[in-house]
Design a protein around this ligand. Structure first.
Ligand code: GDP
Ligand code: MN
Length: 379
């Protein structure tokens, strides 16, 4: 789950990371009031769940409350990378001397969290990582020991942070580490972390990703989810307890079991196709769940074929077939449907579906080839 900048910064503040004074506003008038309260120059920042807002014109300074109202009205009318701006953060404007990047994430290949820093902060860090990777310092963190003081000092030295800021930087990095672990985050990032004109460290931007699988033990974080900012299909999938991730391909996948779903995607690729989604409908899914999944898959205009790969273990295959038929009755798909069904009563199940003019297959390889052929056939 992605958190907005203002939410991430609220969490940072709880852990003792210095952030600018400010509040979030949903209207231009509210932005004006906040600017009046702050009594200083402010920065108006669009709250959308994408990076590069600055470059897109979604971050602007305002000198007076009147100007804050005007700028907020403009930004609240914007769309950034396809996302409508519904809220703005009104922060006391900072006087920036230096922009630093600081972030913690998980490095899967090293099976450890990694803390990354760069003196080339502010701009899109992905670009720095691509063009000049040597400008990003990485230090791996032992998950049992946590971030050690000497590691924070090593980073401070490596990014040429002036000596006078080392103590504050160490405390800040430790706080970021605590926020990262205690919130079960998969990313906690400050870009830019600035040195202000009056020589303080300040987190001007904040980004946190929270592991969805840990939300059950973070009610307060789960409540921060912004449904407006999420794809309708993903909200729908969550409602029915489906694990769904949209991808760019053309073959919709309806599979029970995450491992089987991944295998299905791999094998589609192997035969030259590309999956439109990852979807795990789970074991023992009834007609209602199958119908919901089918609706979600077919709501993607890229989908040219749907491939069902179902292992009827707990649920018998004829029951699965009945569920699929009920779902098809409701959804009435117009694209070819390929099904591979194995398990108890597979033959009966397949027969029922063949009668309903679905393309049936016995092996996964066979099913994948048929799905690829159906998705590339001219219609
Ligand atoms: P992003 O573009 O979505 O990453 O948004 P950021 O919050 O990182 O802001 C982008 C850039 O706007 C920063 O790198 C700063 O250069 C600038 N910026 C943000 N807040 C302030 C501020 O308070 N004062 C000034 N002068 N610039 C700011
Ligand atoms: Mn930023």
């Amino acid at each position: 789950m992605k958190l907005h900048e203002y939410q991430s910064k609220q969490i940072f503040a709880r852990y003792g990371i210095p952030i600018p004074k400010g509040r979030v506003a949903a209207s231009a008038l509210e932005a004006r009031t906040i600017a009046e309260e702050l009594g200083s120059r402010v920065v108006i920042k669009s709250q959308v769940l994408v990076g590069g807002r600055g470059k897109a014109g979604g971050i602007r300074l305002a000198k007076t409350p009147h100007e804050a109202e005007e700028v907020a009205a403009q930004i609240l009318g914007m769309e950034i990378k396809g996302l409508p701006v519904r809220k703005v953060l009104v922060d006391e404007a900072a006087n920036i001397k230096t922009e630093i990047y600081l972030g913690i994430t998980n490095d899967r290949s090293n099976r450890k969290p990694v803390i990354m820093a760069s003196a080339a902060g502010g701009v899109e860090i992905e670009q720095v990582a691509k063009d000049t990777p040597e400008k990003i310092i990485k230090i791996y963190i032992d998950p049992l020991l946590g971030l050690r003081d000497y590691q924070a000092r090593d980073i401070a030295m490596a990014i040429d942070l002036p000596r006078e800021h080392w103590r504050a930087f160490g405390a800040l990095a430790a706080a970021l580490w605590r926020a990262y672990t205690e919130c079960d985050a998969t990313l906690a990032e400050i870009n830019p972390l600035v040195i202000t004109g009056d020589n303080r460290l300040l987190a001007l931007d904040g980004k946190m990703l929270i592991d969805d699988n840990a939300l059950f033990r973070h009610g307060d974080l789960a409540d921060m989810r912004d449904l407006d900012a999420e794809a309708a299909s993903e909200i729908e999938a969550r409602k029915y307890g489906l694990s769904y991730i949209k991808l760019d391909g053309e073959i919709g996948c309806m599979v029970n079991g995450a491992g089987l779903a991944m295998t299905t995607m791999d094998i589609i690729k192997l035969f030259g196709g590309s999956p439109a989604n990852f979807l795990d409908i789970g074991g023992g899914a009834g007609a209602e769940k199958v119908a919901a999944a089918l609706r979600i898959i077919l709501s993607d205009p890229n989908v040219k074929t749907v491939l069902f790969n179902v292992f009827g273990g707990i649920t018998r295959c004829d029951e699965v077939a009945r569920g699929i038929l009920t779902a098809m009755d409701e959804v009435k798909p117009k694209v070819p449907m390929v099904i591979r069904l194995v398990g108890t009563n597979a033959a009966e199940g397949r027969q029922m579906l063949a009668n309903a003019s679905m393309i049936t297959a016995e092996t996964l390889a066979d099913a994948a080839q048929k799905a690829v052929a159906a998705s590339t056939a001219k219609r």
